[in-house]
Write a protein that binds this ligand. Structure first.
Ligand code: FES
Length: 68
């Protein structure tokens, strides 16, 4: 499901080689970019067929817009 989030970064984040697997956030809701912090669980409550617009803290949906 699509979502809109505020994202202000203007460049890459360096990730040095790791001994263990690392999980990179793909949902955009993490508060620990670029790493997944489990915030993607909120995506499960998003409504199918709409765009979920999140607040600046990426904590809650403040608006739902028609997709398209
Ligand atoms: S994939 Fe975004 S917080 Fe896990």
């Amino acid at each position: 499901m699509p979502r809109l989030i505020r994202h202000d970064a203007e460049g890459p984040i360096r990730i040095d080689p790791q001994d263990k697997p690392v999980f990179i956030c793909a949902c955009g809701l993490t508060k620990n970019l670029p790493f997944c912090d489990g915030s993607h669980k909120a995506c499960k409550s998003e409504t199918e067929g709409v765009v979920s617009v999140y607040d600046a803290e990426r904590e809650r949906v403040i608006e739902e817009r028609a997709e398209g």
